[in-house]
Design a protein around this ligand. Structure first.
Ligand code: ADP
Ligand code: TYD
Length: 421
């Protein structure tokens, strides 16, 4: 890496926080009975100090603008700060910089308390050596000073880079003697980046601009369990949770995940295909998997993404080897070329007694071809998962799914976060 210190602006650089900011600006203006500027002008509120924006964008006199700032902070502190998501790839980027010995600081014109709250809420605080922001009474901060405060006295400014999405960040960095890099995907306008050393077009580009080395390999987590175990519910919650926190998530499912494999899925699950033999079924799952691995999963992992997948090879072991009683060696043999050596880093198996799982499936409308199987079948599938978890306790972890969705998700989130730490 070319730099020792990596400074980041928050809004529009690490966080897509426009909605929370603009909703809070609208709230303040409405409370004051002031006119709300047109949509395209509102964007100017994101980035610069608020007092300046209320005076120059909403054209309020200074005294009213100060009241607007107070009203803004009232709503923003209550709910606006959570109307944010972290851009995809930010987690991988910050983790990658830290692992290579880089030091990271926040340099934001937001109040210190909000910055710390946002970093903690989205699981980013662990990457930051320093947070330089403003105090609530500090209404006229110069970006240059915020940037200088982000660096320790002894830091070599020539080995520091500042990433931001507005002209303030670029000019502030130049004044502070730090290399400016533009987050071109943020809230800036064309022309604001003319003096930047580089412009990242997407959040993912920042890796190439700042780290400039091969990406760290991605991680793969799979979700398993008998039908009705609550696995898909947990899967969808996890996709949202990690995506909002800035992981570059690729979400997929089996059978399916790409057009060809989705067609195979229809064929397998169609209740009309009553005469399908267990062996044909096993080959079809493997065929769908071969396409999915080659077309979707491998490329995503190569790009360093966090792959979350609803079912994978373990389903074939549990359902075809144990449920259909085709034997594990046969199913492994059929699937060997399909998975092509790919193995999840973590597999969460949602465990639920067969009768309770059946009851949940029955609530869900028309069952598919596998869901019409009886209790014996479900019991054998669960026994398959038990055997897999006993054989590979490091990778497969059983989660008790007989609790509330929230309680189960506390485990889901914790186990995946542990893998990503
Ligand atoms: P699967 O993907 O394992 O078949 P789903 O996630 O689709 O399971 O859940 C099956 C049904 O059970 C759905 O109606 C879902 O809302 C419900 N459900 C999921 N998790 C729980 C839970 N922890 N407690 C009670 N019901 C749940
Ligand atoms: P899924 O979409 O997970 O169904 P649900 O969300 O309703 O649980 O999976 C479809 C069905 O395919 C499910 O019954 C499990 C089965 N299956 C296998 O038998 N073998 C496999 O290899 C896979 C991936 C799924």
């Amino acid at each position: 890496m070319n730099y020792e210190w990596f400074l980041f602006d928050l809004d529009g650089t690490l966080a897509e926080s426009g909605a929370g900011i603009l909703n809070s600006v609208r709230y303040a203006l409405t409370q004051l009975g002031a006119e709300i500027p047109p949509e395209e002008e509102m964007r100017a509120f994101i980035g610069p100090p608020l007092l300046w924006s209320f005076q120059n964008v909403a054209h309020l006199p200074e005294e009213t603008a100060r009241r607007a700032v107070d009203l803004y902070r009232e709503r923003y502190g209550r709910e606006g700060w959570m109307e944010t998501s972290i851009y995809p790839g930010v987690q991988e980027l910050l983790r990658g910089i830290r692992r290579r010995g880089g030091k990271i600081a926040l340099a934001s014109a937001k109040p210190q308390g909000f910055c710390e709250k946002i970093l903690a809420h989205f699981g980013l605080e662990k990457y930051f050596d320093r947070v330089s922001a403003i105090s609530l009474t500090d209404h006229h901060p110069e970006k240059r000073d915020i940037i200088l405060r982000a660096l320790p006295e002894e830091a070599d400014r020539a080995r520091a880079v500042m990433v931001g999405d507005r002209v303030y960040d670029i000019e502030g960095a130049l004044q502070a003697g730090v290399t400016p890099v533009a987050a071109g995907y943020g809230y800036g306008n064309p022309g604001e980046f003319d003096r930047a050393a580089a412009v990242a077009r997407t959040p993912r580009d920042l890796w190439d601009v700042l780290v400039g080395e091969a990406r760290d390999p991605g991680r793969m987590v799979t979700f398993e369990g008998v039908d009705g175990s609550g696995k898909s519910t947990q899967f969808h919650l996890a996709v949202d949770y990690f995506r909002t926190r800035g992981w570059d998530v690729l979400s997929s499912r089996e059978p399916g995940g790409c057009p060809i494999s989705e067609k195979v899925r229809e064929l397998i699950l169609d209740v009309a295909n009553r005469e399908m033999t267990p062996l044909c079924e096993a080959y079809l799952y493997a065929a769908a998997r071969a396409q999915h691995v080659a077309q979707v999963l491998r490329p995503a992992l190569r790009e360093g993404k966090l792959v979350l997948c609803d079912r994978f090879l373990d389903s074939s072991i549990a359902y075809q080897a144990y449920g259909r009683e085709l034997t594990e060696p046969l199913i492994r043999q059929i699937n060997k070329p399909a998975v092509d050596g790919l193995e999840p880093d973590l597999t969460l198996v949602y465990a639920l007694p067969a009768a309770e799982a059946k009851r949940r499936v029955a609530q869900n409308g028309a069952p598919d071809r596998l869901e019409i199987e009886g209790l014996d079948f479900v019991g054998r599938v669960q026994a398959g998962y038990d055997a897999l978890a006993a054989a590979q306790p490091q990778r497969l972890i059983q989660v008790d799914s007989g609790r509330s969705i929230e309680a189960v998700f506390a485990d889901t989130g914790r186990l995946i976060s542990r893998l990503l730490a």
